[in-house]
Write a new protein. Structure first.
Length: 293
């Protein structure tokens, strides 16, 4: 069993980006600028956005954090998005999800100029991804592919099961894994809450990407020997052993599944750090107008 060290790879990619940024600055270009909108005080969102701001520093980017209370109106958010769309100093921006229930998430996502949509959530980016055109790839799927690439994990012709069909992970990662590309070229099955025979599908899989947000869902009896396991779950569960009073638990029963695998990602320290670094990559691409002029 080989542990996939997302933290280590993420640190290496951040250094590569930082070196690139210093070259840009030396040639007279401005630093890439990422803005983030954070609404309310969800513990997970607070942590993830803090990591994003820190990663900007490490990459030599400018960052702007715009905070709103949970009571903010949809109209106020739309006005802010309009300003960021027009702000020529901001190369890309994100609205951290989830949003409070009174706000229409899809409306917010579609208000973002797709050329600044470094999350890759706008329908134009999602559509371009699905037909294999250059676009901003959403961060978690992109991070997963980068891990498969850096660990030289063969995906061609392999059976890949994706657990979960969310717009931000399940659907895009399934799409990427079936593209004619490396990594890619896999035979992809997507399982979700209405699927039958999930265990059988999983037992047939060479690669399982678990992204359903159910702690410990994937157990050892569902995994064949030598499988590659990518755990996207980061659910906060109460714990008496930590100072914060919670700990992170992935969708995989790591302790029992790990001995059977060829490769597995831990939680934390697996996919999470790669999500952050993929956002940095997209911001660099946005600043250089590499995808859209
Ligand atoms: N708009 N909303 C928008 N973009 C995103 O890309 C996200 N996502 C998901 C939730 N909402 C979003 C994230 O940023 C999930 N996500 C995310 C980002 C980072 C980490 C996990 C999820 C992460 O850094 N995880 C660390 C542990 C963090 C901790 O200590 O809590 C890890 O090692 O897994």
């Amino acid at each position: 069993m080989k542990l996939i060290d997302g933290k280590k790879i993420a640190d290496a990619v951040k250094q590569e980006i930082a070196a690139e940024v210093e070259k840009m600055v030396a040639s007279g270009m401005k630093r890439p600028h990422l803005a983030a909108i954070l609404v309310g005080h969800d513990g997970g969102s607070e942590t993830y956005v803090a990591h994003k701001v820190k990663a900007c520093e490490q990459c030599g980017f400018t960052s702007t954090l715009l905070r709103f209370e949970a009571e903010v109106t949809e109209a106020e958010l739309l006005t802010t998005i309009d300003k960021l769309n027009k702000d020529t100093d901001v190369d890309g921006f994100i609205v951290q999800l989830p949003l409070p229930k009174h706000i229409d998430e899809q409306k917010i996502i579609e208000a973002i100029d797709y050329r600044k949509d470094v999350d890759g959530f706008h329908p134009i980016n999602v559509g371009r991804l699905s037909i294999g055109l250059p676009c901003f790839l959403s961060a978690t799927p992109q991070g997963i592919l980068e891990l498969l690439k850096r660990y030289e994990i063969d995906t061609k012709g392999k059976n890949c099961v994706v657990l979960g069909r969310s717009n931000i992970v399940g659907k895009p990662v399934a799409n990427l894994m079936m593209q004619k590309a490396m990594p890619g070229d896999a035979t992809v099955t997507v399982c979700h809450s209405r699927s039958r025979d999930i265990k059988e599908h999983c037992l047939n899989a060479d690669i399982i990407i678990a992204a359903l947000g159910q702690p410990g869902f994937l157990t050892a009896d569902m995994v064949k020997d030598g499988a590659v396991i990518i755990d996207v779950g980061t659910t906060r569960v109460p714990s008496t052993e930590t100072k914060s009073g919670f700990r992170l638990k992935g969708d995989v029963d790591f302790e029992n599944v790990a001995p059977k695998c060829s490769f597995i990602t831990p939680v934390p320290g697996g996919v999470g750090p790669m999500t952050i670094v993929s956002l940095m990559k997209n911001t660099l691409l946005a600043a250089r107008h590499d995808i859209y002029k």
